[in-house]
Design a protein around this ligand. Structure first.
Ligand SMILES: *[C@@H]1O[C@H](CO)[C@@H](O)[C@H](O)[C@H]1NC(C)=O
Ligand SMILES: *[C@@H]1O[C@H](CO)[C@@H](O)[C@H](O)[C@H]1NC(C)=O
Ligand SMILES: *[C@@H]1O[C@H](CO)[C@@H](O)[C@H](O)[C@H]1NC(C)=O
Ligand SMILES: *[C@@H]1O[C@H](CO)[C@@H](O)[C@H](O)[C@H]1NC(C)=O
Length: 442
């Protein structure tokens, strides 16, 4: 029979081992490595992207520096900046913590002994955090690759900024199935909220989408159809990589390195090249929905940046600018990457940025009609199939019944129908079987 004394000993030992266990699993950050930075004081002197004001914080790994910046008064983003004062070139924002949720003056960035990194307003309201409290984090670092990491005692990354891209992928950074699988554009230079464009890693391709308030679903305007040859399986991850050409020695490729669920299709795709070490490069989904590759060569003062590839461009092998949804603003006809006309009910007139379709305010079919354009396509047509086998009258009645429909597009060959919730950029295709019908008030 157990005596009260032996029971007490057992519970004491249990308690002791529990405490030992928790001490090990909850490794702490040494007090000397913790920090609190306050968003206060003078702004920096140098020119940075988006014409922002900024305050540089101590964490720095050449050429990356952690900063607070703002483009509108008292609305700050915590971000990593790329570029040095010495290079005398524009410094650019390549990662951000709190897009769409800015902090104010006197906000704090705190790295505590529990290993959590927290961005909070002066009133204590948390704007962003890494959620890594008591997960074994012992240290914080900005690496020379531009990856900001929280690591455990063995050097494993418990959290890394590379896993939360917004509109930019640095060399070494990936899109991943089941993880961060897309980039989202910034709304405007001034306004740091999500914009309408996204670059999405899909099972067999990269795809660009445009989503506006009026469109129920994002519209595909470009895809990398012939880039990745994946007959079976699907993309697991795509990493932006710098590959020195070992034969030449002076050529460096910017490359998409990709892994698939069927390893025999793992491969890579070169996008651009430079004649200098391009390890410091990034891919950016721009405010305009275009994709661009930039490289940074710190040895060239004044012009350290080079735009090495624009995916949708008049000189691009891939695609011209007419595929950019807002190339011609709210409405316009595009040809050879130029806006050439404003389609009106009375025919084509000269394009200007004020070109727009007349607003249809009524949902009643008797209040509006359509005007026809021949030999034009909508930006969504090139990469989507539309509804096949539909009569033109069916296509029209679909648009008529849908208050948000602004017009429909019809290919008489193949009887294909597309409903448009935004008009924006139309492309001249010089094929009279491609028709557009634009809604207009009566
Ligand atoms: C920020 O904090 C300092 C010191 O507490 C204070 O003097 C200053 O007024 C605060 N700034 C703002 C904009 O609240
Ligand atoms: C990409 O996927 C492969 C396996 O398919 C994996 O070995 C590799 O670690 C992954 N890379 C990244 C950056 O996720
Ligand atoms: C290119 O530069 C990176 C650092 O920026 C360096 O780690 C790498 O070794 C360089 N590559 C070559 C081939 O010199
Ligand atoms: C016009 O477009 C159709 C497909 O919509 C295509 O089959 C046909 O060849 C094109 N005609 C010309 C002259 O390009």
């Amino acid at each position: 029979m157990a005596s009260p004394h032996s029971i007490n000993t057992t519970s004491f030992l249990l308690l002791l081992s529990f405490q030992l266990f928790s001490t090990i699993s909850e490794a702490v950050v040494p007090a000397s490595d913790t920090f609190t930075y306050v968003n206060e004081g003078e702004f920096g002197d140098y020119i940075v992207e988006y014409d922002a004001n900024y305050r540089a914080l101590p964490p720095f790994a050449n050429p990356f520096q952690l900063c607070f910046y703002n483009t509108t008064p008292n609305a700050f983003t915590l971000a990593l900046r790329m570029g040095t004062v010495r290079s005398e070139s524009l410094m650019r924002w390549v990662w951000e913590a709190n897009r769409g949720n800015p902090v104010r003056e006197n906000a704090t960035l705190t790295f505590g002994t529990d290993g959590n990194l927290v961005l909070a307003n002066a009133d204590g309201r948390i704007a962003w955090q890494t959620n890594t409290a008591n997960k074994g984090v012992v240290g914080f670092q900005v690496l020379p690759t531009g990856n900001m990491v929280l690591h455990d005692g063995k050097g494993n990354f418990i959290w890394q900024s590379f896993n939360s891209p917004s509109d930019t992928l640095l060399v070494g950074q990936s899109l991943r199935a089941g993880g961060a699988s897309k980039l989202v554009s910034r709304a405007s230079a001034e306004n740091n909220i999500d914009g309408p464009y996204s670059l999405v890693m899909e099972p067999k391709q990269l795809a660009l989408y445009y989503k506006s308030a009026n469109s129920p679903r994002p519209m595909l305007y470009w895809s990398s159809i012939e880039w990745f040859t994946i007959d079976t399986g699907s993309l697991d991850n795509i990493t932006v990589t710098s590959f020195p050409d070992t034969d030449e020695g002076f050529l460096y490729f910017s490359t998409f390195l990709y892994f698939t669920t069927n390893p025999s299709y793992n491969s890579n795709r070169n996008i651009a090249y430079s004649r200098y070490n391009n390890t410091l490069s990034y891919l950016r989904l721009g405010i305009d929905g275009n994709l661009r590759f930039y490289t940074y060569n710190p040895n060239v003062q004044g012009v350290a940046w080079e735009l090495v590839e624009t995916f949708l461009d008049r000189d691009s092998r891939l695609e011209g600018e007419c595929q950019l949804p807002e190339r011609c603003g709210k409405f316009g006809l595009c040809e050879n990457s130029q806006c050439v006309a404003c389609p009106t009910p009375n025919g084509l007139s000269g394009w200007s940025k004020d070109c727009d379709a007349k607003k249809v305010t009524s949902c009643k079919a008797s209040d509006f009609g359509y005007y026809k354009l021949e030999g034009v396509d909508h930006f969504m047509i090139k990469y989507t199939r539309g509804d096949g086998g539909s009569k033109q009258s069916d296509c029209e009645s679909k648009c008529t019944k849908d208050c948000k429909c602004m017009g429909y597009f019809y290919h008489t060959q193949g009887s294909r129908c597309w409903i448009a919730y935004d008009l924006k950029t139309l492309t001249r295709v010089g094929n009279s079987t491609h028709l557009a019908y634009i809604k207009t008030p009566k």
